[in-house]
Write a protein that binds this ligand. Structure first.
Ligand SMILES: [Zn+2]
Length: 412
């Protein structure tokens, strides 16, 4: 069927200025045209969705989900104790909640067993509701390493390669590897690397041979350096944590330059601390001690801004499923990029759409509003170029041509 989306303006995802009095014409699952309202006749043949004061833009691309995690304060206890069946049910609900927040493509960056593959297939078969899904399967980690309780443990180069190949065999669209410890995993040592540059480089080479890219979790500076040197396609967090417990950061501008020069993507998971402050959930003493990201938000934003100024390409990942990071929270990511890092609203929106599509290698299909691309569009109730927080208020969602939300009402 044919649909006409009309609004005050349209952000196409690649031009730095919006189109005013805009019209987006959709034919079934594809975009037919991006135009202006005066180009459309008085009585166009199709359904008209007109949002006065609204902004049409590409659907969000969320780069960092853990669909089987609960996002509740007890997320860790739940993921290590719940049955696969319970985790699967959580995942189904999580993907629906992601979609109705305006996310039309999501990358799962690590879930237990084969849950993500099953959920992806169910979405594609339209048995359940969810965004377009790209999945990594289980993350590759060391024995006792970060997220070992839902990852594949692999200590040697040989084991890492086997684990990677096995995920490809299961249907992985991307590979996830844990290059350092993480806060979510007690005793994994967030301030040290889990893999050497050589092991990561072998993983990148083998992934490229198989036509997939690699995303690597890296908090410790040692891990960020290893990932940059190995040419990991997508650095996750890139936190620059010092090996010295008495220091927060050990930022290396020359490595940021290398990341920019090699055109590696960075998913800074920038919203984690913002979400807590915005929701009014105070940090505990223990959390502040464990996480520099929470205790020194300003310091972290300043590092990220310096990376941005050096030309590092950012994508928009949330880390959903971690405690307090809920599946409808996507808009906090561009919000934190603008209010914390200090980039423009348009830049943050492009990080959340086109840049993320490029990092996933699906920018021919989605990420911008252009003729023949997938009909993945949202209408924001307001002007996010004036106030980025308007991205929390989505009037209309269309995902691959299917109407998910209209006039603020969820239809699925
Ligand atoms: Zn994560």
């Amino acid at each position: 069927m044919r649909r006409f989306l009309l609004a005050d303006q349209l952000i196409d995802g690649f031009n730095d200025k919006p189109i005013k009095n805009a019209a987006l014409i959709l034919q079934d699952e594809k975009i037919e045209a991006v135009t202006t309202q005066d180009q459309i006749g008085r009585d166009p043949d199709g359904e008209i969705i007109n949002v006065a004061g609204g902004t049409i833009m590409p659907g969000f691309i969320e780069m960092h989900a853990h669909m089987h995690c609960s996002a509740e304060p007890e997320a860790f206890d739940q993921v290590i104790s719940e049955s696969h069946e319970e985790l699967l049910m959580r995942s189904v609900e999580a993907m629906r909640n992601t979609l109705i927040s305006g996310v039309t493509t999501v990358r799962d960056l690590g879930s237990k067993n084969e849950i993500a593959f099953a959920v992806k297939k169910a979405v594609e078969d339209r048995k359940i509701n969810g965004p377009r899904l790209l999945v990594t399967g289980t993350p590759i980690t060391t024995t006792a390493g970060h997220c070992n309780f839902f990852g594949t443990e692999a200590d040697t180069a040989e084991n890492v390669i086997s684990a990677l190949r096995n995920q490809v065999k299961l249907g992985a669209d991307y590979i996830k590897i844990m290059s350092t410890g993480g806060v979510f995993t007690p005793r994994s040592n967030v301030r040290a690397a889990q893999y050497t540059t050589d092991v990561l480089r072998l993983a990148v080479e083998d992934a490229e041979r198989l036509g997939v890219r690699v995303a690597a979790h890296c908090h410790a500076t040692e891990g960020v350096i290893n990932c940059a040197e190995a040419g990991i396609h997508n650095l996750i967090h890139s936190t620059w944590l010092s090996a010295d417990q008495t220091q927060n950061w050990d930022y290396r501008p020359e490595i940021a330059d290398m990341i920019a020069e090699k055109e590696l993507w960075v998913d800074p998971t920038i919203a984690i601390a913002t979400i807590r402050t915005e929701k009014g959930i105070p940090f505990t003493e223990e959390e502040l001690l464990a996480s520099a990201v929470l205790s020194d938000m300003e310091g972290r934003f300043a590092i990220l801004k310096d990376m941005w100024d050096r030309g590092v390409k950012f994508v928009a990942g949330l880390d959903t499923g971690m405690s307090y990071v809920e599946f409808g929270d996507f808009a906090y990511t561009p919000q934190s990029m603008v209010e914390g890092m200090g980039i423009s609203e348009m830049e943050a929106i492009i990080c959340s759409t086109l840049s993320s599509a490029q990092c996933l290698g699906i920018d021919e299909i989605t990420g911008t509003l252009e003729t023949n691309k997938s009909a993945d569009a949202i209408i924001v109730a307001g002007d996010p170029l004036k106030d980025i927080r308007k991205l929390h208020d989505i009037d209309t969602i269309i995902s691959q041509g299917h109407l998910i939300k209209r006039a603020g009402k969820v239809l699925i």
